[in-house]
Design a protein. Structure first.
Lengths: 295, 255
């Protein structure tokens, strides 16, 4: 019999990866107003790049990871510049549909290049797993689990400082709030969009690499995580960075409890249902701000 | 001559918003652009700030051809503006709104910021001094850390003017600055606009519907109707111009 506390720890373990995925989604949304459905698959594609550099070219792991992250940055920036900017004046739904198209293109492309079979990918750090002992049993946390947790925390903090205290961050916030005014204040709005897409997609690459030892690299590896990341973002209010991290962790815990006490197969469905109810009660998300329009 | 608009035509599909429009704005004057709703005033503003592209014609600013400018470069030429429907950054503090206005003075990247170099330090200090100076001028000094969207409407309009002033423009464009202001605020605005011309040597180009304000402060007035210029001159000329009276018939506050 696993205890309540154990469930929470296991939930946090899953949830920290959701948070990591969600942060990049939120960054892209906050800046350009686009929910990027291709986000997960862009990370997946970058993970294949890491695999190619590491397993096929035989280069060191750190170099493979770095290559994938840099690749993610340019993939994101190029997507914004080349695909989204030309249709930005049309409508938001046009951009959403485009990201859906990109999701499928990347999946097909990955299948075409690297074929069906799952590719193994090593953990970034090794070492004895940490055992937490309970009277009823024990929980195993690998070093990679802790690393994911740490990276999510560090990135949240870095993004928070970046938005709050830097002039670049200020121009990103300005662009997000009012594109026209920002442009006339001398901000190169296009560069801001491309940069945010770049950083966001680099985060997706990082998340995919962190998830890879568990999921193995395959065209669908980020499918669930994309949905879970989106859910975490919504739960957190889609604007607030701390909210996003809390949302991810909470989703992890909710899923864990659903899997344990209701149904393993339906954990995502039930988790989404619970979130739906939460959002009915608190539509601005856990830490989101209530958008009050004053006249 | 600071601004010279020559033969500007703007067409949106089949609609001609501005038709072969000519006007000039002289240095260090307050120049008002008036006309009934839909006359094309804001469109002309948008052409000058490059948000809208003209179908035909030329605009020169201090001898430079504005057609070669992109919207984000207009501020570097010395042009700054406010908007008809208040385009401030509502979820930012007044201070941050002002700082965005100072964006053109930022010549460093994120890495230098992370290292907090001397260049960054000095630049931040300069922005802060400028922000304080403008807050003082506008009476917003104890509101610097308030979210702009939480302020009363009249103060939000001042925040927008303050943000426009941060870039140290020499040409300030105000799109309906008095709209939504109460009578006291309108009087304060009048004083402010006069001060900006006299103490800060600005050229002010404004669109406004409040005729008492326009007649009071303008050195020169241009009247627009259906995209065309129908009159131009001093306040007295305009008041007695039969074309203007006709265009405004029905809302003839001053006819």
């Amino acid at each position: 019999m696993v205890t309540f506390l154990q469930q929470i720890i296991l939930g946090l373990r899953e949830g920290s990866l959701f948070s990591l995925v969600a942060l990049g989604l939120v960054l892209i949304y906050k800046t350009s107003g686009v929910v990027n459905f291709a986000y997960g698959n862009m990370g997946m594609f970058a993970a294949y790049i890491a695999y190619t550099v590491f397993a096929i070219a035989g280069l060191p792991l750190w170099l493979a990871v770095l290559t994938a992250i840099v690749f993610g940055f340019f993939l994101g920036a190029a997507t914004e510049r080349g695909l989204l900017r030309p249709i930005r004046h049309l409508s938001h739904s046009a951009m959403l549909i485009l990201t859906l198209g990109l999701l499928m293109i990347l999946e097909g492309l990955a299948l075409e290049i690297w074929k069906q079979d799952y590719k193994p990918f090593p953990s970034l750090i090794h070492g004895r797993p940490i055992f937490i002992k309970f009277p009823q049993g024990r929980i195993i946390l690998t070093r990679q689990d802790l690393l994911i947790f740490g990276i999510a925390a560090v990135i949240m903090l870095a993004l928070f400082l970046y938005f709050k205290f830097t002039r670049v961050g200020l121009s990103v916030r300005a662009t997000a709030q009012n594109e026209t005014a920002a442009r006339l204040m001398g901000i190169r709005v296009g560069t801001v969009f491309a940069f945010s897409w770049g950083v966001g997609t680099a985060l997706s690459a990082l998340a995919a690499i962190m998830a890879a030892p568990r999921t193995q690299i395959n065209p669908n590896m980020m499918l669930d995580l994309q949905i879970q990341g989106l859910t975490a973002a919504v739960l957190g209010g889609f604007e607030s960075l701390p909210g996003t991290v809390v949302g991810g962790l909470l989703l992890g815990i909710i899923e864990q409890f659903v899997a344990r006490y209701l149904s393993e197969e339906l954990k995502m469905a039930f988790a989404l249902l619970i979130i739906l109810i939460l959002l009915l009660i608190k539509p601005e998300g856990l830490l989101g701000r209530r958008s009050a329009e004053r006249v | 001559m600071v601004l010279e608009v020559r033969n500007i035509t703007v067409k949106f599909g089949g609609v001609t918003a501005v038709k072969s429009f000519n006007m000039t704005v002289k240095k260090n004057t307050i120049h008002s652009l008036i006309g009934p709703n839909g006359a094309g005033k804001t469109t002309l503003f948008n052409v000058i700030t490059r948000i809208v592209k003209e179908t035909e014609g030329e605009i020169s600013f201090n001898g430079k051809d504005l057609a070669t400018y992109k919207p984000f470069e207009v501020i570097k030429a010395g042009i700054s503006r406010t908007f008809q429907n208040l385009e401030i950054f509502k979820y930012m503090t007044v201070k941050d709104n002002f700082f965005v206005g100072h964006h053109g003075e930022i010549h460093y990247g994120i890495l230098q910021e992370a290292l907090w170099t001397n260049k960054v330090k000095n630049s931040e200090k300069k922005s802060m001094e400028k922000a304080l100076e403008i807050a003082e001028l506008l009476g917003l000094k104890n509101r610097l850390n308030t979210l702009a969207g939480m302020l009363p409407y009249g103060l939000q309009k001042l925040v927008e003017i303050g943000r426009a002033l941060m870039s140290e423009p020499n040409f300030l464009m105000l799109d309906e600055p008095a709209a939504g202001l109460n009578p006291t605020e309108t009087i304060q605005l009048k004083t402010l606009i006069n001060r900006l011309r006299d103490d800060f040597n600005l050229t002010i180009f404004l669109v406004e519907h409040d005729m008492s304000l326009v007649m009071d402060i303008s050195d020169r007035i241009t009247v627009m109707n259906f995209g065309e210029k129908i009159a131009e001159g001093s306040a007295d000329d305009i008041k007695n111009d039969p074309n203007v009276i006709e265009a405004y018939l029905g809302e003839s506050k001053y006819a």
